[in-house]
Design a protein around this ligand. Structure first.
Ligand code: GDP
Length: 311
């Protein structure tokens, strides 16, 4: 990949796409192509086909997706399935038809079976039933992986897929109904502190374990994969360590400075019991995460205060 190659980042306003743009700019890639939703609706097949025919980007990153936490995924399976299939089908196909040299598709660790052996290696894909709360999203992402692999097998395309673990960082979604756990708990802890509430409510039993990666670390991995990884086999991106939701809640309360009690709302789902990725494959390529969890949470809290918190 040359510094002057035209790189289209689909979904550049989202947490992942915006982090990738920052990273590409910092590495002096000079020809970055973006379109926001008002300019290009990625779920519109004709609009996407016309855009690619005009711009013919040689490098494409599919960071556009409808994403959400456990509640949104569980409540809106139709939207998660349809919208993601539409976006990825349109972009991947148009990239191939306009001779893209390389495409990176971003999946998710929820593509793996609910009870996959931990840490989860790439070979666990399609080896067992999925976690029901995010099955629709997972099925869409698996379809995206398979489409990239099909273009590679049938047409020799260099279309690769990376599977990031649970992500957090600047531009995360802090809406309590649709966010993932880390952003939700940061906001809840901040508001509980501001209101001097005695308690902060955490969903589920707090026993599930999750692995959290700062999105800037993911962005660095994406650039490395664009430059060095040319296999249709999927590759995991994670930090290699997980913590329980209870431990996460305590850490967030410490960082935010909320010293009230934690309470559990066990009417809310737990989701998959554990999701820790095996990142041996990526580490062999020379990548390692740079942002420790506590530091990443503190930095994200500063971003939240500057960009989101009221008053
Ligand atoms: P998941 O990794 O796909 O299950 O997605 P989430 O990040 O939404 O949830 C991870 C875990 O955190 C689940 O066990 C949730 O029940 C738990 N959790 C605890 N409190 C919250 C909260 O306020 N919001 C969300 N989204 N999850 C929470």
């Amino acid at each position: 990949m040359n510094k002057s190659d035209k790189i289209f980042v689909a979904g550049h306003r989202g947490m992942v796409g915006s982090a990738l743009l920052r990273r590409l700019k910092s590495e002096e890639f000079k020809n970055l192509l973006t379109r926001d939703r008002a300019q290009l609706d990625l779920s519109d097949e004709n609009a996407v086909a016309n855009f690619f025919a005009q711009e013919t980007p040689p490098i494409v990153v599919v960071a556009a997706a409808k994403v959400g936490g456990i509640k949104a995924n569980n409540d809106y399976p139709v939207e998660f399935l349809l919208e993601n299939l539409r976006i990825q089908n349109n972009v991947i196909r148009a990239a191939y038809e306009n001779c893209a040299r390389k495409l990176l598709f971003l999946g998710s660790s929820c593509i793996y079976p609910k009870f996959a052996p931990q840490p989860i290696s790439e070979s666990a894909l399609l080896s067992g039933p999925l976690e029901p709360t995010n099955e629709a999203y997972a099925i869409a992402k698996i379809a995206g992986i398979k489409l990239c692999q099909a273009y590679a097998r049938e047409h020799g395309a260099n279309f690769i897929s990376a599977m990031p673990t649970n992500l957090y960082g600047p531009n995360d979604n802090f809406d309590l109904e649709t966010s993932h756990v880390l952003a939700a708990l940061l906001r809840k802890a901040h508001e509980a502190k501001t209101r001097r509430d005695p308690k902060l409510v955490v969903w589920g039993t707090s026993k599930p374990r999750r692995e959290f990666l700062h999105v800037d670390d993911l962005a660095a991995a994406c650039v490395l994969l664009l430059e060095k990884y040319d296999s249709p086999e999927i590759i995991n991106v994670g930090c290699g360590e997980d913590i329980s939701i209870h431990e996460l809640a305590e850490l967030i309360c410490e960082v935010v400075g909320f010293d009230g009690e934690l309470a559990w709302d066990t009417t809310k789902p737990d989701g998959t019991p554990r999701k820790l990725l095996d990142v041996t494959k990526l580490r062999v390529l020379g990548w390692k995460p740079m942002i420790p969890l506590r530091e990443g949470i503190a930095q994200t809290y500063q971003w939240f205060l500057a960009n989101y918190a009221e008053g």
